[in-house]
Design a protein around this ligand. Sequence first.
Ligand code: MG
Length: 309
Amino acid sequence: MNSQPASISPAAGHEPGLSLSYGYGTDRGLRRELNEDSFIASDPVFAVADGMGGHEAGEIASGMCVRALAAMPQVATGERNVTAAVLQQYLVRADSSIRQATGARAGTTLAGAVVVEQMGMPYWLVMNIGDSRTYLLSQGELVQVSVDHSEVQELVDAGEIRPEEAAVHPRRHVVTRALGTGDETEADYWLLPVQEGDRILVCSDGLNAELTDEHMFRILSTVLDPQEAVDALIQAALRNGGRDNVTVIVVDARNVMNDGGIATTAPRTAADAEEETTLPRAQVADVHRSSSDSSSDDEESGEPGDGSR
Ligand code: MG
């Protein structure tokens, strides 16, 4: 059922230290008959899929996408050794399953973050395809990490419209990449060091279409409990119209280990942060293109009526 996370098993199998607390929720909204969003919130995988396509096909597409991610062994073990290359393999599998099940008439977005460790340091491995979003609230600042694959984003990039105009543009719902439909199915990836106190927000466009970044920032920076923050965000989206399905995940990182292997309890200094700059997208993309990792998991079921795993 897409109103539930694919799994909420507690994390296990990774080093003590970094601790994640998170909340999640989804709402059909006030105008739509169905909720075609799906999500998974299970350490180390946090992702939202927004299905598109009529006659419940969108729900099938988004559900298949999150079930494909839920099939990763790391969701059961809590291990933080996922790579972009491995993620991409699961997304390719989800793409073909959705095409088989729906005849490429339905598709889904996917956005989210997977917590990974490299050389003992934790990172947010952010992934995106389509126009669901991942934001990071860090050091008192909210930034949108993912870049939409949408017609209006292309217009913004080309300097033809301003970002404020994108929010009200008539073609704002047209995505240029998706899983299960169209020719463009590759996700973008970003790798960001986890810093003490980081808060990740993953959402479907039913949230960010109703709330300004400033409104989201206000809620995220004042409501400390992650589940209460999720609930407040969803309620705010409904109050502002609730024109679409709205799905929200909030993840908080605490007890982040620093370079000396000591858990920090205070925000890092700017100097610390500078040494761990974000990898440019191209560099991350190279990582997953050059890797030939293969996974040995079972094939995701291609049946549209398949129940939860
Ligand atoms: Mg939507």
